[in-house]
Design a protein around this ligand. Structure first.
Ligand code: MN
Length: 133
């Protein structure tokens, strides 16, 4: 069930039925994103995006002035965080503080894509909209 996108409207949306678009940033490979809930739905503060990174693929290594709260749904991989690569798998929660360099990599194995949810504020600290929120 979904409802019209407007402020204050309830929404139930399935992760498997939400359109994905390729992530287009320098340094990305084999990653798609779908905004599960965000500004377009009238959410005033938080956005939840889902990412799928194909085995062997990765997100760009980058940093920004807002935090991420990440939940790994499935797959195996590594996250560059705290200056090193850390193994991650389904069920892991990752907190990426603002201005911390980070990158997600999907292991080249039979576990399928690394799928994770990534929560962000809809606005950056300086007031601009967070990309993909
Ligand atoms: Mn990021």
């Amino acid at each position: 069930m979904t409802t019209d996108a407007q402020a204050g409207t309830v929404l139930i949306r399935n992760i498997d039925e939400t359109a994905r678009t390729p992530v287009k940033m320098d340094g990305v490979q084999g990653a798609t994103m779908a905004v599960m809930v965000g500004r377009a739905d009238g959410a005033p503060h938080f956005a939840m995006r889902q990412f799928a990174v194909e085995p062997g693929g990765h997100t760009p290594r980058h940093r920004h002035d807002y935090e991420h709260e990440v939940y790994v749904v499935s797959g195996t991989g590594t996250v560059f965080l705290g200056g090193r690569e850390n193994p991650v798998r389904g069920g892991d929660v990752i907190y990426v503080p603002a201005n911390e360099e980070h990158q997600f990599r999907s292991t080249q194995d039979q576990a399928g894509p690394l799928r994770f949810l990534c929560m962000v504020p809809v606005e950056q600290n300086c007031g601009g909209p967070v990309p993909g929120s």
